[in-house]
Structures are given as structure tokens and as C-alpha cells.
Design a protein around this ligand. Sequence first.
Ligand code: ANZ
Ligand code: ZN
Length: 842
Amino acid sequence: MTAPHPTAPPPAPARTGAAPRPAVTSTPPPADGRPVPPETERAWEARWAALQDDPAVRLFRPRADGDRPRRYLLTMFPYPSGDLHMGHAEVFAIEDVVARYWRARGHDVLNPVGWDSFGLPAENAAIRRDENPATFTDANIATQAASIRRYGVSFDWSRRLQTSDPGYYRWTQWLFLRLLEHGLAYRAAAPVNWCPQDATVLANEQVVGGRCERCGAQVVRRELTQWFVRTTAYADRLLDDMADLADAWPERVLTMQRNWIGRSRGARVRFPVVGGDTAIEVFTTRPDTLAAVTFVVVAPDGPLAESLCEPAVRDAFEAYRAAARAEPEVTRWAAGRAPSGVDLGVHVRHPTTGAELPVWAADYVLPGYGTGAVMGVPAHDDRDRAFADVYGLPVLDVPPADPDVTLAALEEGGTGERATSYRLRDWLVSRQRYWGAPVPVVHCPACGVVPVPDAALPVRLPDLRGDALLPRGTSPLAGARDWVTTSCPRCGGTAERDTDTLDTFVDSSWYFLRYLSPGRDDVAFDPADARAWMPVARYVGGVEHAILHLLYSRFVTKFLHDLGLVVPVEPFASLLNQGQVVNGGKAMSKSLGNGVALGEQLDRYGVDAVRLALLFSGPPEDDVDWADVRPEAMQRFLRRALLLSDDVARLERPARSAPGEGGAPVAGDDGGDPALPRTLHVLVGEIADLVEADRFNVAVARLMTLVSAVRSAAAAVGPDDAPSRGVARDVREAAEAVAVILSLFAPYSAEELWRRLGHGPSVALAPWPEVAAPAARAGTVVAVVQVDGKVRDRLDVDASIGEDALRALALASDAVQRRVDGTTVRRVVVRAPHLVNVVLAR
Ligand code: ANZ
Ligand code: ZN
């Protein structure tokens, strides 16, 4: 998806700041350290595709056989701009660990892939190249799909979708019609960003510093009739249902959603206009400060200011309003900004004291929030105070009253009542651009707005290209007269199609449902599939979508729930926001020249080393600094892991020096040392816990420990020793476990190891290692007991002893008791079963 640039108040989240570090710039010599050669990677890629299509195997595809727990995993789908970048590599690596893990645990996993393929970049490219946007889009999708396959992500390709496909947008239009039918889609005049030079409406992200991104002209606000979706009708539910998401979504995302919806409880209060028959209604969260009100302020660009303004100040007002309109709302709200405004020359009467108060227009009051009017309380509000100071307005130092008493007085006098206000606005879904789903209605001179019947969907885009796509003040679709002219579905008379297209956020507000029923042409998705799979168990994607995409998806899910089509009211049960991949402490960018091309990294280090390096660099939520990442070290680790198959082969090889039938090794059967099975048991359990807790970097570290442990156990058998059957069995068991665990992080190397250990057809089909508890094989071990770091005692304990039991034993030891005598134990560090350190207070 493309990153949105919201305009309303909630601030952008703070990124984890890293001190600038040197960027990766020099080109290291071509690495010959790739653990898996490129041709072997290609062979596996083809093999996975064949196994996926094999009806007996259905690799990476859910079996939906009913009796296994289901788990729907999802990555935010990419926007097809060029090839994959490091950011995609990060998300896909993270999510693939989770998908492969749960499959190994016997879950039925749904892990689909698709593209958010409508939108402006393809349209602008098509204008430059004189072609239809589909050409550019489909070429980019083909490139990205090939890269994703190469990257070895365990997606179910049979569910692949793209939102610009008529088979998809037909159902986006169907969704719009359901909203329309339920009164949740409507048309209204609204101010939009307008570029006078290009004669077009601009999306917020196309306005850079108040200017048109394309031609640099000063952007103005203009009233246009637009389509809206009534998200505000769900404001309370969007807020209240977040209670279910606590702990499962990042707290900062929940906070951003909450702030965006911005529910405030307070009151509406009416101030009658002196000498008129109207009143200015304000929204306030502080009715208790009513007695300290000394003026009223209205938004300069709202209808109130326009209607109240006295003729004598008209010119000054209009100049001020023009300036206010040119400025984005975010900066109008910025704290510490010098106040400005104009006196409108009218007065209102205070609803309880009857005092006459001046009415001003000032840009710190926004037209779209509350009632677009504020009661000025300079004694209690900083912004009102700053305003009063600049314009010499009176400050009345009356302390706040009891809000309930105030409210009762207002309600009694009929001049006000309790009210709730939301910062959330309805969702503007109209775009006057070509590359989107056409709004499926026609305008009939006799019948008005008439929905296109479901049976006539999709309303397909006409084939426009090159200059026909240039914006001319209306949608390029308006120029396609043959397409625009149609007949009215209601009266049969001549009518015109709506020429707006839907915002791409509409496309992405329901794609996770379409994945459930791929290719169905009778329904958008099957409610039975939604019952089986929803909600998404884990959604992985960027924090840039923390507000709008998630809000719209939540809204649409609730709406479809209300239609009886989706069971849960929340689409995403848990959410993981991965960090950014940066280079030298800075976001990768063309202007800094610090971009790192994913393809080059894959060529240089191999897929597995890149995936591992991303995962190993830190917790998934943190930024990855590619300058600090060491893919070479990951290559060394992978080469070491692959050597495990040689260890197994050596230990299992019939010892040539052995007497007798030259069959199995002869040095006994029981294996002797239980250390390796014990390590294996502990690490496999720990790695499972770490993966489930999203601590992938630590899980990789434990896997490295495991590989070293297996290698040393094998090395302990010298070249001339006859290995016992027990050792050979333990090493094989551990090497096979390594292959399965490694498949989560480095699928190519894992497949190679698995194959060399004599298995097939894919390690991705192998279950998570079952390792017997060590107690079954373990005996006792020696626990060292220290006091302030000095060894004071040694205890024989059971190898499976727990921390609490070991702590108690150590504290009860005579040697410890003697030293504790009279002082306080400050801290006891326990590392069961080997070590206890008692720290005394001094
Ligand atoms: C008087 C007052 C006294 C206020 C005081 C605040 C403090 P939230 O909490 O964000 O909902 N307000 C209302 N509508 C506004 C608009 N369209 N543009 C700018 N400001 C607006 O904020 C509600 C408060 O913000 C309201 O309560 C109003 O100022 C202001 F000591 O009323 B208050
Ligand atoms: Zn008609």
C-alpha cells in the first residue's frame, strides 16, 4: 500500500531514533560464501511451485480439512511500484517465520498474497509512456511476484489477487452499492485541494508544502461535490471495540486510532446574536468555564463567518479568509503559533449573564470540528488567552463552576445541552482520476442518482491511455463520451455515468475477505469462509497504516457484520508493526544516495543470509540499520549448519576399523552422555516460546547455540573412535530438528540440510520437533553456590530442578547461612540447574 499523509491533528508516531552511523557504500568483492548456490535456489523455487500445484501435496495451501486449528496470517499487500525493496524483505521475512512455525505446529494456515494495484503512480507513468496504466501495473506485479517467489515466502499463490482486476473491483463496487443502499454513502459539497495550473483535484499526499507536487503551483481549497462514506456513524463502535484489541495491537496504534476518532464529551451552548434572530452554537468541553467567557470565535472558512460578517469589515474578512484557506489544518493548529483574526463587527449575548460579547473569526478555529465555533475563555484556555492578549480582549478571572450545575442551568434556559463531538470526519472517497474503480451509479435527468444494478457490475474502466489521462479539471473519464453516455437503469432514458473513481483505501478496506473465496464470481466472499477463517490472527505491516487503512478496514468489517456476512466485528485480532530498514541511521532515499537494492543483496549473499540478517538484527518492531547488519556472519552460520549432514554421515558410516560384519558402530548402544538431548529439549522449547512471542532475533541466537552444541557433540567423537549408536542417533535427531527450525528463517539452507539428511520432498511438510523431556534421560548435576561471587558450596541437584527449588536449597545451605548471618540478602541470582549467586547488602 502507499503511505497516506493524514491532514488532521494526531501527530505522527516517534520513530526509534538511532544515532547516524556510516552507511554501507563500498562494494565488497563478490562473495563466494553463499551457503546455497544460485542454481540450487532456483531449483528449490521451482520445486516449491510444483509441490504447491500438486493436488496431493498442496504445499503452503490450507487443507481446510476441518479438524485442525485454523490460522489466518496476513501481510499488508504491496503497491506495485517497481521491484520489491528492503522494507518488503523485512515484512515478508517476519511474517514467513510465523506462517512456517504454525504450519509445523499442525495448524491449517492461510497465508495469501496480492497487490494494491490502483493508484496515481501508475497513472502518471502511463501519461509519460502513452499507454494504459494496466500495462505498467501488470509489468511491475510480474517483477514483484518473481522476486517474492525467489525470496522463498510461503504464500498460497492460488489466492493471488490484484485490486485493479475487474474481477476484484466488481466487488469493490458491490460494497459501495451496499453502503449507498444503507445510507452510508452520500454526495455532498466539500472543500478539496485544487491545483489551478493543472486544473485538477489533488490528493493530500500530492500537496507538498502547500504546492502542487507536479507543477509547483500554489494549491487552493475549492468546493466540489464529492462522494463520502459515513464512517462517523460507527465512531462509537470504532472506539469501544478497541477494548478487545488491548495487548494484541501496539499501544501506540490504539492511541492513534483513539486520537483520530477523537471523542470529546462536553456541551453545546447557544449565544443569541444581538439584533438578529439566530444564535451561534459552540461546542465546549468546559461548560464549567461559561461564566469566564469574554468573546466568541468562529472559523473564518466556515458558513457562520460568511453569514455574520458586517459589510464594513467585509474586505478585511475576505483577505483573511483567503489566507486561512491556503493553509493546511495541521499548521493552523500548531502550538505556539502567533494568533491572528478579524473582528466581524457583530455581537452575541452571553446565555446566562446577558453580557454583550464581540464575535471574531480566527484560523485557530477549524470549520469541520464541533460546530466550527468556540466560546473564548482567556482565563482558562491558553489559545484563547494568547488571542485575547494580542487583540486586547478582556480577561475575566472567574473560577470554574460545578459542570453539572452549569449544565442544568443551560438545559433549563434552553440555551444548551450535553453533547459529544468527534474529530473523525466522514471518509471522502471520490477521486477525479482514472486509475481506480468507477463509482457505480448513473445520473439521470429524470430519476437523479441511480445505482447500477448488481448484475451489471463491474462498471469497467474504458481503455484510455496517454493524453486522454491528463487531468483537465474533471475526471479523465468525463472525456470518454461513449463511456459516459448510458441508459438509466430505472427509466431507460439517456443518462450519464458518474465519472469519479473510488479512493484506493476503499479497495484495501476489504481485500482480506476476498482472499477467503478466491475467484468466486457469485459473491464477494463466502460467509462460510469468513466464519471459518476470520478474524486475521496476525497482521504484519508498517506503522504508516496505523490510522487510515486500519480504520477503514475496521469500519467495513463492522458494516459487513451488520449485514450478517462476517462474524467478528474486528478484522485483525493482532497486529505487528515492523521497523523500517534504514542505512547509516537514515531512511533510504535517492537524494541521500544510501538506498540498498534488495536484488543486489540477494545476488551477493543469497536469500537465506539476507532473511536471517534482517531477523537477527533486533526485535521486529525496531528499525534495522543495514549498515550494522552482517550477512557474511549469517552465511558462516548457515555453512556451519549445513555441515551437520556431514557429521551425521560420518557418525553413521560403518567404522572401517571395526571388527566383525562392518555394519553398525560397535561402541555400545546407550549413547552415554545425555547432554545433547537435554540441550535439544531445552532449546527447542525455548525457540518455540520465542517465536510465539515475536522474539525472532533471540530465537535465531538459540538456534545458533543449538548448531554449535550438535557440532561439538559430533566432534567429541574422534576420527578413529567408533561412535556409539546412541551418539549417532542423538546427533541425527538434533540435526533434523535444526533443519525444521531453520526452515522458519532460511528456507533454502533448511531444504538442503533436510535433503542431505535423506528426507523429502520438503522440510516445510515436517512437523515441529518432538523432543523427549530431559528428566527421562537426565541424572543429577552439580550446582555451584556463590556468595557475592565467591564459590562457597556445591550441591548435587536434579538436572530438571526449577529456579525456586534451587534458590531455597542454596539459601538453606550451611555455608551460605554462615555468611548471611546478621546481614540482609539483597538479591539472589539463580541460573537453574547450574548456578546460584547470593548478593548481600553492605
Ligand atoms: C471553552 C474552553 C475552555 C475550552 C477551556 C477548552 C478549555 P477537544 O478536547 O479537542 O474536543 N474547540 C471547539 N471546537 C473547536 C474548533 N472547531 N476549532 C478549534 N477549537 C475548538 O477540544 C474541545 C475544545 O476545543 C472546546 O472546549 C473548545 O474550547 C475548542 F478552558 O471551550 B473549549
Ligand atoms: Zn432515469
